[in-house]
Design a protein around this ligand. Structure first.
Ligand code: PGA
Length: 247
């Protein structure tokens, strides 16, 4: 059975005081489950705050070089040294605002694989591509380029997050039909590329997931959880999503 995952992507939000209260609220809820896992991807300055909590914490980004003169960047080794268990790669905001190309993301994938460091690879199409009905080809092309060097035996490091860009932070999630169609396309791609092992890769949906739509989204075939931005900033709402995932 595939792992189900609820992941909070805080992006560039929350101050130290707000993180402290989020973690206090987090602790007062029950997050244990046999089949599901909760993860938080805070800004890197807060990573150490998670060390006392039994929670999977990850980074929002990483550089592919091991160390050296790369001002402002973080290495996999540095992230691991503060208890980071995984990293987001290729989020659409990294692609759009920081010019991350498919080639750069492939280099980051390669670095994660070399270090056996798990990662969530984000993919998703912009609105004009969706309107032109080229969304499947666009997303599969991203995956093909980003995962170029991955072999079936390394697949346990990989989680995919499908996040249509027009649905991110817009309050307008993709419909259940649109999500099911794309997740099936991704699953088929994984099976073609990696045979049987492709069946075990969790595929998360991201884009305006909230307490009202989570149940229907989690019920879709090939949806193994969610990567959540806005709705993860409030710990109570985030817990509602967890209950929906575990239902
Ligand atoms: P959102 O963001 O839930 O605020 O739409 C999702 C994401 O970008 O990971």
């Amino acid at each position: 059975m595939r792992k189900r995952i609820l992941a909070a992507n805080w992006k560039m939000n929350l101050t130290q005081t707000q993180v402290d209260s989020w973690l206090a609220a987090f602790q007062s809820n029950n997050w244990s489950s046999e089949s599901a896992e909760v993860r938080v991807y805070p800004s890197a300055v807060y990573l150490k705050d998670f060390q006392d909590f039994r929670i999977h914490q990850g980074a929002q980004n990483v550089y592919y070089k091991e160390r050296g003169a790369y001002t402002g960047e973080l290495s996999i080794e540095q992230l691991q040294s503060v208890g980071c268990a995984s990293v987001l790669l290729g989020h659409s905001e990294r692609r759009e605002f920081f010019q991350e190309s498919n080639e750069l993301i492939a280099q980051k994938v390669e670095a994660c694989v070399q270090a056996a460091f798990p990662f969530i690879l984000c993919c998703g199409e912009p609105l004009d591509v969706r309107q032109a009905q080229n969304h499947k080809a666009f997303v599969l092309d991203q995956l093909r380029k980003n995962l170029e060097h991955l072999t079936p035996s390394q697949l346990d490091l990989l989680v995919i997050a499908y996040e249509p860009i027009w649905a991110i932070g817009s309050g307008l999630s993709a419909s259940v039909k649109e999500i099911s169609e794309m997740h099936l396309a991704i699953r088929t791609f994984l099976s073609e590329q990696f045979a049987e092992a492709g069946q075990n890769v969790p595929i998360l949906y991201g884009g305006s997931v909230n307490a009202a739509n989570a149940g229907a989204i989690f019920a879709c075939a090939n949806v193994d959880g969610a990567l959540v931005g806005g709705a993860s900033l409030d710990p109570d709402t985030f817990y509602q999503l967890w209950l929906a995932l575990c239902a």
